[in-house]
Design a protein around this ligand. Structure first.
Ligand SMILES: [Zn+2]
Length: 309
């Protein structure tokens, strides 16, 4: 799986996921991480933000112990915006990183254009994202700007005094079984990377676009649940996709069974409708068979009463 979670539709290995790129060698012996470089990556990631409502664009760069950096940006796809930190956390977990191996995150946000003055103070993580990061690993280091070419580094634990540390049982999602349709194969692959300590119900999504297939996994940290469909749509936007063709959402705890999530994410459907009213939606029915719908019916769609098209 490449870092922007894409499966190129022109891949000759149709229906198969490409092998993961090799990660950089361990940096454990190389001394302290390069926080300035991490901050630069968050500044670059900000360019992929989608913030038509606030125009406040944020980038995040999350460093794992093995040296891999996962970037993310905020997305205002619906009234519930997804934060840059959410996006970066999602990418790390879907790539198989363990929470305790997430070591530092740089955050950079500016309303409007970036100028030298934008670097004079750091962008703080919101309280919810601090709690989300704390839930994953209280040892994570926060990195922000403190003037041009200077960084401010602090320990997450110091930024969240008296924090509550959730310890929940993390269910193992079912393995991906593969599928002839790359969209469905992608949704099953994403489901296998779900992080669902709260609901216990794995959900994966995939979006087929002109740039390939992009994945999203249900990711529950802190009080928010990053919806699989919105994560997939966000990844597609980050990659510069302009034509969204199909969205598949597949839940379920068993490898051989595809289930429709009980709580369909209606704001994700609204986002899809806004971005691509002609897109198709693929969902399992009550028997686990896949059905295809028109995106246009979902903003008014009621569970169990949808009209198949
Ligand atoms: Zn936040």
């Amino acid at each position: 799986m490449c870092q922007n979670l894409c499966i190129h539709s022109h891949s000759p290995s149709r229906g198969k996921l490409p092998p993961k790129p090799s990660r950089p060698p361990s940096r454990a012996a190389e001394g302290a991480p390069d926080y300035q470089d991490l901050l630069h990556k968050s500044v670059a990631a900000r360019e992929t933000a989608y913030a038509p409502n606030s125009n406040f664009k944020v980038g995040a760069a999350l460093l794992a112990r093995d040296g891999t950096v996962y970037t993310g940006s905020n997305k205002e796809l619906t009234i519930n915006a997804d934060h840059a930190e959410q996006s970066a956390i999602h990418k790390a977990l879907i790539d198989g990183q363990q929470p305790q191996d997430l070591v530092a995150i740089a955050i950079f946000g500016v309303r409007g254009e970036v100028a030298d003055a934008s670097f004079e103070s750091r962008t703080p993580a919101c309280g919810n994202c601090r709690q989300a990061l704390y839930d994953l690993n209280p040892e994570i280091v926060l990195v922000g700007s403190q003037g041009k070419d200077q960084v401010q580094v602090s320990k997450l634990a110091d930024e969240l005094p008296g924090a509550y540390h959730r310890q929940r049982l993390l269910p193992s999602p079912p393995r991906a079984t593969g599928h002839a349709d790359p969209l469905i194969a992608g949704a099953l692959e994403a489901r296998s990377h779900s992080y669902v300590p709260r609901s216990g119900f794995p959900v994966g999504a995939a979006v087929e676009t002109d740039k390939g297939v992009f994945l999203g996994a249900q990711t529950e940290v802190s009080s928010y649940a990053s919806q699989a469909a919105r994560m997939a749509l966000g990844a597609a936007l980050e990659a510069g996709s302009t034509h969204i063709l199909r969205l598949a959402i597949i839940g379920g705890t068993q490898e051989s069974k595809m289930e429709r999530p009980k709580d369909l994410p209606f704001d994700s459907f609204e986002a899809l409708y806004e971005l691509a009213p002609e897109a198709r939606v693929v969902l399992p029915n009550q028997q686990g068979l896949l059905e295809e719908y028109s995106a246009q019916q979902f903003p008014r769609f009621n569970e169990g009463q949808g009209k198949r098209v």
